[in-house]
Design a protein around this ligand. Structure first.
Ligand SMILES: [Zn+2]
Length: 466
C-alpha cells in the first residue's frame, strides 16, 4: 500500500471522528508538506484497485458505461458502503472485507451501475463529480456520523454528526438518504440484466441484501450507510430472489483465480486495518497462497523484516509474475533501509503490473528519493512523473515530486508540485499560495505557468448551495 506506514495505528474504533483520523498519504512524507494532511482515510493500493476495477469493468460495459473511465477510490471505513459519483467509484474497505466472494462485490457494483444507468440522483451525482475526491470522502464520513447517530439515538454522536453535515455536506446527506423504493426495483432489475449479460450469478447481490435485511449491520459498524441509502423491504428482496433464480447463471461460481485474488485482498486489508489477531483469524479460512500472503504482510507490518523477506521470496517463487509480491518485497526492503534493493523490486513490479497503476512508479520514485544522489533524484522525478501521468489526482505523489525537485534545487517546479499536491487534497487556499509563488519563477506562458494559473483561477464548488 502506498505511503501508509502504519495504518493500523490510526484506525480508531470511532472512525466517525473525521478530524481524529490522520491517515492522509501525506503523512509518510516528513519535511515537505504534512501541514495540511486532510485527515481523509483514503487507501491507495495498486493490487486492490486493479482487482476492483476488474470486477467493475464488464458490468460497466454491460450497463453502457464503459467510456466513463471509472476510478476506484478505497475508503478506509469498516462500515459497508459503495457508490459511484462521476467517474469515481467509492468502496469502503469494510464492504470488501465483508464480501466472502468476488460475486458479492460484483453484485453490489451491478446494482450501483443500475442506479447510474437509470439516471437516479443525477443532479447530486453531478455535484459530486465536480468535487475533489478527498472533499467527497470527508463529507461522507460526516454524513455517515449523522445517519448512524440518527438511527440509534438522538444525543451525542448524532448531534455531533449533524453539526458536521450542516457545516459542509448537505449533498452527501441527501445521497445517504438516497433512493426511492421504485428506484431500487429498477436498479435490481438492471443489475440482473448486467449480470446475465456477463454470464455471472446474482447470488452474491442477493446474499448481501438478504443479510442486510436480517441483520442491523454487516460490518459490525453501528449502521452501515449502504443500508440506509438503499431501502430493503421484504417484498423487494423476495422479488429480487425470484429474478435471480430465473437466471441460467444462478449457480455459477467465481473462477478460482479470481477467488484467490479476492482472498489475498481481504487478508491484506485485514493486516493493514485490523491488526495481527484479526488477520490470523481470517487466515484460518483462506487457501494456501492467500494465507501465506497474509502471513507475509502481517510479518512485514508487525514482525521481523528478515523473516518477512524470506516469506515473500517464497511467494515470488510460487507466482514469479505476481507484481504485488515484488511490490511487497520492495516495501520490506524500503523499511529495512535498503533503497537500492527496493528500487530493483519495484522496477520488477512496475514491469509486471498489467493494470499500469500509477502507484508503483511513485513508490519506485520514493526509493530514488531515499538514495538522494543527484543522479537518483533525477530518476525520482522521471518515475514520479510517470506515476502521476497515470494517476493525476495522486496528492502524495505531487508531494514526493516537490521533494525531489527541492533537493535538486529546482524551486519553481517544487512550488508547482506542492501547489498540485494541495489542490488534489482539496486545500485550495494553500494550492493558490504555492501556485503564485511558482509563477513568479516560471516563464509566462510555459506549461508550468499555465498550470499554476489554472490553480489560481480554480473556484471550489460552493458548499452552501442546495
Ligand atoms: Zn440501491
Amino acid at each position: 500500500m502506498q505511503s501508509i506506514t502504519s495504518l493500523s495505528r490510526f484506525v480508531a474504533r470511532s472512525t466517525r471522528a473525521v478530524t481524529a483520523l490522520a491517515l492522509s498519504a501525506g503523512l509518510a512524507l516528513g519535511a515537505t508538506g504534512t501541514a495540511h494532511a486532510q485527515g481523509v482515510p483514503i487507501v491507495r493500493d495498486a493490487e486492490i484497485e486493479a482487482l476492483v476495477r476488474d470486477y467493475a469493468r464488464p458490468i460497466l460495459k454491460a450497463a453502457g458505461l464503459a467510456n466513463s473511465n471509472i476510478n476506484i477510490v478505497l475508503v478506509n471505513d469498516p462500515a459497508f458502503n459503495a457508490f459511484v459519483a462521476g467517474r469515481r467509484m467509492f468502496i469502503n474497505t469494510g464492504a470488501l472485507m465483508t464480501a466472502e466472494t468476488p460475486n458479492e462485490i460484483i453484485g453490489v457494483i451491478a446494482h450501483e451501475a443500475g442506479h447510474i444507468a437509470g439516471g437516479h440522483q443525477e443532479r447530486l451525482r453531478d455535484q459530486l463529480a465536480r468535487a475533489q475526491t478527498m472533499a467527497i470522502v470527508a463529507a461522507l464520513l460526516g454524513a455517515g456520523a449523522m445517519v448512524a447517530g440518527a438511527a440509534t439515538d438522538t444525543s451525542g454522536l448524532g448531534a455531533a454528526g449533524a453539526g458536521v453535515v450542516a457545516g459542509g455536506s448537505e449533498m452527501a446527506r441527501r445521497s445517504l438518504l438516497g433512493y426511492q423504493r421504485s428506484e431500487e426495483v429498477t436498479a435490481d432489475r438492471s443489475a440482473i440484466t448486467y449480470l446475465n449479460a456477463t454470464g455471472q450469478s446474482a447470488q452474491g447481490m442477493l446474499k448481501t441484501f438478504q443479510r442486510f435485511q436480517n441483520a442491523l449491520s454487516l460490518s459490525g459498524a453501528r449502521v452501515d450507510p449502504y443500508q440506509v441509502s438503499h431501502p430493503m423491504p421484504r417484498e423487494r428482496i423476495a422479488n429480487l430472489e425470484t429474478l435471480a433464480r430465473e437466471s441460467p447463471y444462478f449457480d455459477k461460481k467465481d473462477s478460482e483465480a479470481l477467488q484467490q485474488r479476492h482472498d489475498m485482498m481481504r487478508v491484506k486489508i485485514a493486516a493493514y486495518t485490523q491488526g495481527q489477531a484479526a488477520t490470523s483469524r481470517l487466515l484460518r479460512g483462506t487457501d494456501g497462497l492467500a494465507s501465506r500472503y497474509g502471513d507475509a504482510q502481517s510479518t512485514y507490518l508487525f514482525g521481523d523484516l528478515r523473516s518477512a523477506l524470506s516469506k515473500t521470496d517464497a511467494l515470488i517463487k510460487s507466482q514469479p509474475k505476481n507484481a504485488y509480491f515484488h511490490e511487497l518485497r520492495g516495501d520490506i526492503l524500503m523499511k529495512s533501509n535498503k533503497p537500492a534493493a527496493a528500487a530493483e523490486a519495484y522496477t520488477t513490479a512496475v514491469k509486471l503490473d498489467t493494470a499500469k497503476s500509477g502507484i508503483l512508479p511513485i513508490q519506485l520514485g520514493q526509493t530514488y528519493l531515499a538514495m538522494g544522489t543527484p543522479d537518483a533524484l533525477k530518476k525520482a522525478v522521471v518515475e514520479i512523473r510517470k506515476g502521476l501521468d497515470r494517476d493525476r489526482e495522486n496528492a502524495s505523489g505531487y508531494r514526493y515530486l516537490a521533494q525531489a525537485y527541492g533537493m535538486l534545487g529546482d524551486v519553481a517546479d517544487a512550488d508547482l508540485a506542492t501547489a498540485d499536491g494541495h489542490y488534489y487534497s482539496g486545500a485550495y487556499q494553500d494550492a493558490k499560495i504555492f501556485a503564485m509563488r511558482a509563477q513568479q519563477k516560471l516563464k509566462p506562458g510555459s506549461p508550468g505557468w499555465v498550470r499554476a494559473q489554472d490553480i489560481i483561477n480554480y473556484k471550489a464548488p460552493s458548499k452552501k448551495k442546495k
